[in-house]
Design a protein around this ligand. Structure first.
Ligand SMILES: NC(=O)N[C@@H](CC(=O)O)C(=O)O
Ligand SMILES: [Zn+2]
Ligand SMILES: [Zn+2]
Length: 427
């Protein structure tokens, strides 16, 4: 029997209301006990983590691993390595691969490869429509059997409302949520940044906040009609958050996520035409950034997700309007999120709820997002105070498209434990 004692850390597990100095004993990949002063003689190995925070492993509901088909940007192995370096023990990966994950063969490929890599959970999200084309439903039922945890056309927005309604009916009967990239693409078409004074000044075609808000309203109305669990991806505008708040008050089954980049940066970041500040939805205004942070405080936003979207240097080293949308996010998730604690928007347990407890609930997983005895021993151990400059050398991903290079960050993942095994160590 293999066992590991995590000793002397500050355990924060909001799923059990635990916050304090405890030891955690792990046996055969599961948590067995959380108590004060467990004797080191009870375990075959001991990890001393005095001064560090011990949390349930982070769960990222939104990432792009680019495998199959675009392995020059990322693959399941490099993506898993980057994820665990960011303290993430479960990654949900979007279906916009090549081929698209719209059938059980692709789903099975992802599940099998991730198991072979063995560093973290990779939970595939299946496409809503074949090829993400919005014309015909994907093989949703068969993909559920093969292991998808949700469906989404992320990258696209499922233009056909009738088709999305049908997909929602299926998802509801299959007991999985629908993740939407909520956007009226006909309104944002041709845009490359947030529409406003700055886009006018720069001469870059804009994407109005209303494109996102129209998408959010439609998707909420369809969720209300079908009763499905709707999870709205990467919400970036104040207006969209207000609409979601109202829907929640009305009792619609809707949850949503915000990303670290949307609560950290404003559209000002694109002033120097930095293609690493180009993503969809785009960086917005100060008022929207404030609304994103406030939504986490009030609980309107349930989850922080990365929307890790790797693109190679070549692809990003082009004129602003030619560059693809998206930035990487696994390794900056924790330090940027900890800023919310420092600024008083969240307590540490509330932050861990957004990074772990709530995402587990959304994908209906009971044995992760918690350190309850019997749960899988997925644990993130971090130093909230460690300061460092974020450099390219630190990046484990195959791509380095991030606007946070050269930033002084505070908060570092020191150990990541997956099924009781140490899969990442910060040396
Ligand atoms: N977020 C992005 O800017 N890009 C994503 C697609 C998406 O999440 O919509 C990608 O796949 O590159
Ligand atoms: Zn998207
Ligand atoms: Zn995405």
């Amino acid at each position: 029997m293999t066992s590991l004692l995590i000793r002397g850390g500050k355990v924060v597990d909001p799923s059990q209301g635990i916050e304090g100095k405890f030891d955690v004993l792990i046996e055969n990949g599961r948590v067995v006990r959380i108590e004060k002063n467990i004797s080191p003689s009870e375990a075959s190995s001991v990890l001393d983590v005095n001064g560090l925070v011990v949390s349930p492993g982070f769960i990222d509901l939104h990432a792009h691993l680019r495998d199959p088909g675009q392995e020059w940007k990322e693959d399941i192995e490099s993506g898993s390595q980057a994820a665990v370096a960011g303290g993430i023990t479960s990654v949900c990966c979007m279906a916009n691969t090549d081929p698209v994950n719209d059938n059980p063969t692709v789903t099975k490929y992802i599940v099998d490869k991730a198991k072979r890599v063995g560093l973290c959970d990779v939970f595939p999200i299946g496409a809503i429509t074949k090829g993400l084309k919005g014309e015909e439903l994907a093989e949703i039922g068969l993909m559920v059997k093969a292991g998808i945890v949700a469906i989404s056309d992320d990258g696209e927005a499922t233009k056909d409302s009738k088709l999305l309604r049908n997909a929602m009916d299926y998802a509801k009967s299959l007991g999985i949520p629908v993740f939407t990239h909520s956007e009226d693409k006909s309104l944002s078409a041709g845009g490359h940044m947030n529409e406003g004074v700055l886009s006018n000044y720069l001469g870059v075609p804009g994407m109005p906040a209303e494109a996102e808000e129209i998408g959010v309203i439609r998707d909420i109305l369809l969720a209300k009609l079908t009763g499905v669990h709707l999870h709205i991806c990467h919400v970036s505008t104040k207006g969209a958050l207000e609409i979601i708040k109202r829907a929640k008050e009305e009792g619609v089954r809707v949850t949503c996520e915000v990303t670290p980049h949307h609560f950290t940066l404003t559209e000002e970041a694109v002033k120097g035409f930095d293609t690493n500040a180009k993503m969809c939805p785009p960086l917005r205004t100060k008022r929207d950034v404030e609304a994103c942070k406030e939504s986490l405080r009030t609980g309107v936003a349930d989850v922080i997700a990365t929307d890790h979207a790797p693109h190679s240097e070549d692809e990003k080293l082009v004129e602003f309007c030619q560059a693809p949308f998206g930035i990487i996010g696994f390794q900056t998730l924790l330090p940027l999120s900890l800023n919310l604690v420092r600024e008083g928007y969240l307590t540490l347990p509330q932050l861990i709820e957004k990074l772990s407890v709530n995402p587990a609930k959304i994908i209906n997983k009971k044995d992760i997002g918690t350190l309850r005895p019997g749960a899988r021993a997925n644990v993130t151990i971090f130093d909230p105070e460690e300061e460092y400059t974020f450099t390219k050398e630190m990046i484990k991903s195959k791509s380095s498209n991030t606007p946070f290079l050269g930033w002084k960050l505070k908060g570092k993942v020191k150990f990541t434990i997956y099924n009781g095994k140490i899969v990442f160590k910060d040396l």
